[in-house]
Write a protein that binds this ligand. Structure first.
Ligand code: LER
Ligand code: MN
Length: 272
């Protein structure tokens, strides 16, 4: 298992659960100083980061790109894959596809979290879920062209009514003809929704594609009441070799949250 830390470049998301907030250069420097393997980036737009600049930065700091979030499509443009208007759904799909094309050459998957949307006026629940499945089908197949999966993230009940639990996430993936969509399991959401976080991970097995490594209160691991040991044991059992990526509040500040994460990562995984 490998460590990663989130960098948010989306000003509108200030106050949100991302660890590093002071730009790419500063974020990559902090990640390297603390010994993280990779960074996960929350980008404001598919073209907000010059790829050659990011490549130089990652190479210089000896880091990988773990994943790229697409949620700015929602935060900045109010787009989701479940909107009743077909043109707006297509715009959401285009936004995500362009982020897949940005991240793919780095070997990094894109994340669909808040872009999954929810039911509402003009879209009942089965219809919203059908729209989401259509989006995952198209975008999962598109990501395969880069040799990377697409990550789909169940969220807690206060953020979506599409899929909140791993079991329902697996059922959704089973509806697709593409096998290229994997689950992003966020321990904060799971702590709210699952009966047993470790058991849910065991159930997901090789469909687990990424982990948001965060405590029960969305602070860095160790600052809440989640016991990460059974979680990591379950991940070992299923042969998970991906990232434990810190998507947590910068509490009490960014540096302390990052330091706490890497300390906990080393302690619980035994990875130096
Ligand atoms: C995104 O990874 C996430 O966990 C959502 O809660 C976004 O707000
Ligand atoms: Mn998350």
């Amino acid at each position: 298992m490998k460590s990663a830390v989130t960098i948010s470049l989306v000003e509108e998301a200030r106050g949100g659960p991302f660890v590093l907030w002071d730009g790419l250069e500063s974020g990559c420097r902090t990640a390297r100083e603390l010994g993280f393997d990779a960074v996960e980036i929350f980008t404001p737009a598919p073209d907000a980061i010059e790829p050659s600049m990011l490549r130089r930065l990652l190479d210089a700091e000896g880091l990988r790109l773990a994943a790229v979030g697409t949620g700015a499509g929602w935060v900045k443009h109010r787009l989701t894959l479940a909107l009743p208007d077909a043109a707006r759904r297509q715009a959401a799909c285009d936004f995500i596809r362009q982020i897949i094309d940005f991240a793919g050459p780095f070997g990094a998957p894109a994340i669909i979290g808040s872009m999954q949307g929810r039911s509402g006026e003009g879209v009942d629940r089965p219809t919203a879920l059908g729209y989401l499945a259509d989006g995952l089908e198209t975008l999962g197949a598109h990501a395969a062209q880069h040799g990377v999966p697409l990550l789909y993230e169940p969220l807690n009940r206060y953020e979506t009514d599409q899929v909140t639990r791993v079991a329902d996430g697996l059922a959704l993936l089973d509806r697709l003809s593409t096998r290229n969509v994997r689950l992003l399991c966020d321990l904060f959401h799971m702590n709210i929704e699952e009966v047993d976080v470790a058991a849910a991970l065991r159930c997901a097995g090789d469909r687990v594609g990424h982990i948001h490594f965060v405590d029960s209160n969305r602070r860095a691991i160790g600052f809440g009441h989640l016991d990460p040991r059974p979680v990591v044991a379950a991940l070992r059992e299923i042969g998970y070799r991906g990232y434990l990526s810190a998507e947590a509040f910068p509490w009490p500040d960014s540096r302390s949250a990052a330091e706490q994460t890497i300390r906990a990562f080393r302690y619980v995984t035994g990875v130096p």
